[in-house]
Design a binder for this molecule. Structure first.
Ligand SMILES: C[S@@+](CC[C@H](N)C(=O)[O-])C[C@H]1O[C@@H](n2cnc3c(N)ncnc32)[C@H](O)[C@@H]1O
Length: 316
């Protein structure tokens, strides 16, 4: 039996004085029930109450979520149950994203340290990386890769794993985000070929790349005010962009060609600002990546396209 396909009978809340051990599936059902009966928002890398419950159990029982899912009868002792209760309370009362509560996020099948220094990883780039950027890259193997706006480093690290011969540079403006990216880089033992660079977009970047990937801030100030409480725990620098959310994406579009090699590609995420980008660039044919596992708003450009339409990006 697996927890995510067979949620057991929902029991009343644990008695904190109860010293008996219980099984993971019992707690799983309780956590799911608590989450579903609350106002929390799901969407910070963990898409449902069931996935959040698994992440929480996995954190306290120090097993990966898939293992917990396959072993629902794993015993949970009273002290572990108590810790789970305290962490769940923080999630419910303060609307802290579960990945910050546990300090852990999963992205592209890899585990990352997550905290308030950077956004919770959740980009659809995970799927694209898992597919080796097919069909776009064909047989090409990028040798130099750039992750612009890297946050805690999840995209850069997943790309370094996907392209073991590549050198990867990861840029962010925020020293706090870069300090978290450094922790994740060391966790994944990539310090020999993953360089962290503090830079305002391309300002401190030199050389050319075969592949540039960017998940920059693209939320307008007005939209930011409307977001669920969970977003307040994330750094605003990672979310908000001026110009109705498009200023940073358009700057990247205007400058990226100068940092791409011949035949190089830029993948740019603008999420739900995809229609705003279409409206801002009526003369530019935008190519959107289709995702099988959810997510949208990633467009792809060749260096030639970026050069051809640079005047349009600069005009907006
Ligand atoms: C949407 S987050 C993406 C984080 C990470 N790549 C991910 O997918 O989870 C955007 C990141 O861009 C960074 N950022 C914002 N403005 C920037 C700028 N002008 N230059 C470089 N990085 C910037 C923020 O600090 C934040 O870490």
């Amino acid at each position: 039996m697996r927890l995510l396909t067979g949620v057991g009978k929902i029991l009343t809340l644990m008695d904190p004085d109860n010293k008996r051990s219980m099984q993971a599936e019992t707690l799983f059902a309780q956590i799911v029930s608590e989450l579903k009966n609350s106002a929390v928002f799901f969407g910070h890398g963990v898409a449902s109450a069931e996935e959040e419950a698994l992440l929480l159990l996995s954190h306290v029982l120090t097993r990966n979520p898939d293992w917990i899912n396959r072993n629902p009868q794993t015993p949970v002792d009273a002290e572990q149950a108590q810790r789970i209760r305290a962490l769940l309370q923080r999630r419910l009362d303060q609307r802290v994203p579960m990945s910050y509560v546990t300090g852990t996020a999963w992205f592209a099948g890899l585990e990352f340290v997550a905290d308030e220094r950077a956004l919770v990883p959740r980009s659809p780039f995970a799927e694209l990386i898992g597919k080796g950027f097919q069909p776009w890259l064909g047989n090409d193997r990028p040798e130099r890769v750039l992750d612009l706006c890297t946050g805690g480093g999840c995209i850069a690290i997943a790309m370094a794993k996907a392209f073991p011969a590549a050198r990867v540079d990861a840029v962010d403006l925020s020293p706090e985000a870069l300090s978290l990216a450094e922790i994740n880089r060391d966790k994944h033992d990539l310090s020999d070929r993953l360089m962290l660079i503090q830079s305002d977009l391309f300002d401190a970047v030199t050389g050319r790349y075969d592949l540039i990937v960017s998940n920059p801030p693209y939320v307008s100030k007005d939209e930011y005010q409307q977001l669920p409480a969970e977003y307040r725990h994330e750094p605003g620098l990672g979310l908000v962009s001026d110009g109705q959310g498009l200023q940073i994406p358009l700057t990247i579009l205007a400058q990226a060609a100068d940092y791409l090699s011949e035949g190089g590609l830029l993948f740019l995420e603008v999420g739900h600002s995809d229609q705003a980008l279409e409206a801002a660039l009526p003369a530019v044919p935008l190519t959107w990546v289709l995702f099988e596992h959810g997510g949208s708003g990633v467009c792809v450009f060749s260096r030639e396209e970026l050069l051809n339409y640079r005047h349009e990006f600069n005009r907006v």
